[in-house]
Design a binder for this molecule. Sequence first.
Ligand code: AHG
Ligand code: MN
Ligand code: MN
Ligand code: MN
Length: 335
Amino acid sequence: MASRTISLTRYLVEQQRIDGLIPGQLRLLLEVVARACKRISQAVNKGAVGDILGAAGSENVQGEMQKKLDIIANEVLIEANEWGGHLAAMASEEMEGIYVVPNRYPQGEYLLLFDPLDGSSNIDVNVSIGTIFSVLKKPEGHPGVTEEDFLQPGSRQVAAGYCVYGPQTTLVLTVGDGVAEFTLDREQGSFILVQENMRIPEDTREFAINMSNMRHWAPPVKRYIDECLAGKDGPRGKDFNMRWIASMVADVHRIITRGGIFMYPWDKREPEKPGKLRLMYEANPMGWLIEQAGGAATNGMQRILDIQPTKLHERVSVILGSKNEVERVTSYHRQ
Ligand code: AHG
Ligand code: MN
Ligand code: MN
Ligand code: MN
């Protein structure tokens, strides 16, 4: 047992007070996001009893069939965040345009982006799912807020995190000073710090990729995986293991916890699209968390966080995790 229990609230207050790392408004914002995640966690836990499973019968701007929980989680995040006074606007995987805070509430200086429910295909089968979020500052110098204001590279994020709804509900967060992990204590109703300064081992024997797409991959990705599969007798001289949960949050959480490499690369199925995953609310927050934990994140050619977005729902090829492995795949792309 830890000698003292540190709640998320206390952790954030200390970050604000001792290190001066986060302004009060950002602290409030993160508290509210965490509260929304608690509510989503409760809904997830109820499952069929809470009538939250199954399809909603609608399609989102990505062309994906929405699940009931995609929409519920999106609404929970909006309702929790719109009145607090710390936000100017929000953007989400499940909304076509930005959501400007209604003018009956005060306008704040931050922008919140989220994937309200990540791993939608796992909702109905009781496998880990999550919420991913990213916080930017609204650029100064003009009144109001536009979609343009969101188009900032990931290196400008001021906070990023995710919450996994699994056997435990776990919140993982960075404000640019390493990565901290909190577990939800349901009796207390608060997130408790369980690990500070999470570190990803630089090497790994574990990869995560959807192998069913192998025939569509580009040669550098095929080469990397072929070499892993060759095992001890191949050029890598060691055996590899594979994991693919199909919830990015759960795969990334495993990697932040024990190392590994995650890839959702460009493939020939939709050659005109850079990849499947979304830059602004999946790749950027995860990329920053991974870097903050000592790992690396690229699209094969450049650092994810350096990419200048050109549209809100921009997609990107994603390679992230243990540093040496990510550098290897990236070097195969550059050759
Ligand atoms: P979302 O549920 O938010 O649309 O994201 C799903 C993503 C990601 O979580 C996961 O890594 C990937 O899609 C799984 O894709 P495949 O089903 O193609 O393996
Ligand atoms: Mn989706
Ligand atoms: Mn997602
Ligand atoms: Mn989603």
